[in-house]
Write a protein that binds this ligand. Sequence first.
Ligand code: 13P
Length: 254
Amino acid sequence: MRKTIIAGNWKMNTTADEASKLATEIKARLTGFNHAELLICPPYINLAQVSKVVNKSVIKIGGQNLYYEQSGAFTGEISGQMLKSVGCDYVIVGHSERRALFGETDELINRKLKAALDSELIPILCIGEQLEDREAGLTEKVLEKQLDGSLKEFPTDWMEKIVVAYEPVWAIGTGKTATPEQAEEVHRFIRDKLSQEFGGTVAEGLTILYGGSVKPDNSDSLFAEENIDGFLIGGASLKAESFERIAHSASKES
Ligand code: 13P
């Protein structure tokens, strides 16, 4: 059974007070919600306090990134075991902003995925094409390369422990969402490709999230697609009301 996940990536937003307030409001609005796994990913510095706020609720927390070593002289970095120690269950790996602004390569992402699994965190591997790639008809090629590089030397049982998020770069923070058909086509492609490599059972069980300008007014139609198993939400996850409304897409019959 695929798990449905509604995840909020807060990116570099929220001060300490704002993070506690937002987490408190999300928790209050979604008490007892059981139609999907609910996840919020605040900035590192707010994780410990947000963890206390959502403790014993249905809301899980995750990091937005990690380093692949567990400890040592790596100034400014955070490890998987540190994330785990403050209550994280998940970690986002290879977000397009990390790739584009901080030079993360598929090779580095591959190491980070392995480190996340070593720390018993569920990594959410992000992949996605740029607008130029799409316009040049290269979407599948780009995604294939990202998957091949990021999942290099991955045994099948590790594949059962990860989540993939398809986030077309041209749809992130632009208000320009992929249509449900466009997103579904890519999700199908990802599942088919992984099925060839890791087998049908693993691929069918894999949760594939969509991210890129998900809002309350487009989440129902996206979620209705067969291969869209939830969302990785940026901007709209910073308002408790819109996060709640998007979460409710998962509670509707499709
Ligand atoms: P937006 O929802 O703001 O487009 O961001 C998507 C995203 O990058 C989530 O990781």
